[in-house]
Design a protein around this ligand. Structure first.
Ligand SMILES: [Fe+2]
Ligand SMILES: [Fe+2]
Length: 167
């Protein structure tokens, strides 16, 4: 039957983000390996660990809400991951590629921030308070990752890009 209720929307969005997080557990190690800046590398590695925890939180939400996830593929993240791969192919390892990787990763974080924000709101509307709290925890991790990437872009990587242009 075609999805039509708020509950259907919740299950669909949660299934979608589950697929997104799974894809990201495969993409983040590649981003870490592709980075030159050691802080950026570390940021990707830390976020990989967080992402594994986020998948566990989704499992908890599924338990708490007594729902079953659908087998769907998040095509948005598939596309964003593909763009990240293109940056790796197009730029040699170094500060310019790092800047490109940060931009690609921030697109992913913004997608996740939008998704978890909606999911938390829908969980609340459905009366799933505990699930909402878990989704908000993940939302905060995505936001702080985004901020960390902004800081890295503004500080180290920007300096390195300048240095590479001047030399
Ligand atoms: Fe995530
Ligand atoms: Fe993320």
């Amino acid at each position: 039957m075609a999805p039509r209720t708020l509950q259907d929307l919740f299950v669909h969005s949660l299934s979608d983000v589950y697929s997104a997080e799974k894809q990201l557990t495969r993409a983040l190690p590649k981003l870490a390996r592709a980075s030159a800046n050691s802080d950026l590398k570390a940021a990707f590695e830390t976020h990989l660990e967080e992402t594994q925890g986020q998948i566990e939180r989704i499992d908890q939400v599924v338990e708490l809400c007594g729902i079953k996830l659908k087998r769907i593929k998040c095509v948005a993240i598939e596309g964003l991951v593909e763009e990240g791969q293109e940056q790796i192919d197009d730029f040699d390892q170094g500060p310019i590629r790092d800047a490109a990787l940060i931009a690609a990763a921030q697109k992913v974080e913004h997608y996740e921030i939008a998704t978890y924000g909606t999911l938390a709101t829908v969980a609340k509307q459905l009366g799933h308070e505990e699930a909402m709290k878990l989704l908000l925890e993940t939302l905060e991790e995505e936001k702080s990752t985004d901020e960390k990437l902004t800081q890295l872009a503004k500080q180290q990587v920007a300096q390195e890009v300048r240095a590479s242009v001047e030399s």
